[in-house]
Design a protein around this ligand. Structure first.
Ligand SMILES: Nc1ncnc2c1ncn2[C@@H]1O[C@H](COP(=O)(O)OP(=O)(O)OP(=O)(O)O)[C@@H](O)[C@H]1O
Ligand SMILES: [Mg+2]
Length: 385
């Protein structure tokens, strides 16, 4: 076994745990040509999950998956370039095939091929498509035409898809994408991204072009029952021990949030001599908060005093009924009409998350930091902060 705990990058192989149901469901969608939309808070495991499904399907005859990440696309044509280059690359076994396919389906575009320094991929393609070269519709129909020619089906997985919502003239771009994609018979899409709120804006509003585009999956947390044995085996592999209770406590401290569970477990392991103690967990929690605090301080500095007051209310355990007079007065939230504005602005900043159960901190470590800074620690955590 290599690293005991991995965080911050997508995980695969033996580092990937659980997600049995989700893997099955997404795989079914892929096999049946259904579009999939995957939404979750940050660092829960979307990228890892889609990678997992694609890897599982590598041997399936007649269906090919294509993965791309559009985090660096700033406008429509950045997107088309990434889209076409990724599809050409994934569907061509050799460099020469990619050039031929581009000639056949993208007309005047001459791809630039460069030998990649990245050992994982032997070459990379850039297309340099500009608006005057080719219409969006032609680029967008590329996968369907390749799929027809090769008599296969394609599943196009697009990570950080919320970027599209920030493009200039975004709604029209979205209309163009959807108009072409929804008529494709051999191509389906899996769209996911790390900004939950922006993804919801794209897919949940009736007014938006991507409304009801496919099977929307809300990716929840990996349950404690899965994490506990995962954590304990990793301690054992490094000849250390941790009790079931303490392993479960790690999960609870960070609301079972995938990346933080791994990061906190790692911190605890570093502190542990041979068997983890409560003091080790306590020190590990402090380090976890310290590791993130520069970013949190910066985020808090940019908040208005009403926004800070609102967070103090959430931190004190108030999750709904913010318009009540007692709450407004106790926490100095301004007027009743101010509440909706506060909720919207803090949601936009991804600091809070509004669910059916109420308003909560979006990031469990931000919550811990906030509680330790502003002294609103709940009884459960008080021994650990
Ligand atoms: N199935 C899993 N098993 C174990 N750990 C996981 C799993 N999924 C996610 N993680 C943990 O969460 C971290 C983030 O995973 P990943 O990058 O897949 O999440 P994401 O939701 O795509 O994140 P982002 O919102 O930043 O795009 C991983 O580094 C790992 O620590
Ligand atoms: Mg991701």
């Amino acid at each position: 076994m290599g690293k005991a705990f991995i965080f911050g990058v997508s995980v695969s192989g033996e580092n990937f745990t659980d997600r049995v149901e989700e893997t099955k469901r997404i795989r079914m969608n892929f096999e049946n040509g259904l579009n999939t939309i995957l939404i979750s808070p940050r660092r829960i495991g979307k990228t890892s999950l889609v990678n997992r499904v694609c890897d599982c399907m590598a041997d399936v005859e007649g269906i090919q998956t294509v993965r791309m990440d559009v985090y660096d696309c700033r406008n429509e044509y950045d997107f088309y370039n990434k889209f076409a280059a990724s599809i050409l690359k994934a569907t061509s076994s050799r460099m020469e095939h990619a050039v031929e396919t581009a000639k056949e389906f993208l007309g005047r575009i001459v791809p630039k091929i460069s030998i990649s320094p990245d050992p994982a991929s032997e070459y990379s393609i850039s297309l340099g498509i500009r608006p005057k070269d080719i219409s969006p519709e032609e680029v967008l129909s590329l996968p369907e035409r390749i799929a027809e020619k090769k008599d296969i089906r394609l599943v196009i997985c697009i990570d950080e898809f919320q970027q599209v919502g920030d493009f200039p003239d975004s709604v029209n771009v979205q209309k163009r994408l959807r108009a072409v994609w929804q008529h494709q018979k051999r191509t389906s899409y899996c769209l996911y991204g790390s900004k939950k709120h922006m993804m919801e804006n794209l897919f949940q509003s009736r007014r938006m072009p991507f409304y009801q585009f496919g099977d929307t999956i809300y990716l929840g947390n990996i349950p404690v029952e899965e994490w506990v044995p995962y954590i304990r085996t990793r301690f054992e592999a490094k000849e250390k021990k941790i009790s079931e209770n303490l392993a479960a406590e790690i999960c609870r401290m960070v609301d079972n949030h995938s990346s933080y569970v791994q990061q906190l477990a790692w911190n605890v392991m570093i502190e542990t001599e041979s068997e983890a103690t409560r003091q080790n967990l306590k020190d590990a929690v402090h380090k976890l908060i310290a590791q993130s605090s520069p970013l949190f301080i910066q985020q808090a500095e940019n908040l208005s005093s009403y926004q800070m007051n609102f967070l103090k209310a959430v931190s004190a355990g108030i999750n709904d009924g913010f318009g009540r007079r007692s709450v407004i007065e106790d926490f100095n939230l301004g007027s009743k009409s101010n509440i909706a504005r506060l909720v919207n602005s803090l949601t936009d900043k991804e600091l809070i998350d509004k669910t059916k159960a109420g308003v909560f901190f979006a990031d469990p470590v931000f919550r811990l930091w906030f509680q330790s800074e502003y002294g609103t620690v709940s009884a459960h955590f008080s021994g650990l902060l």
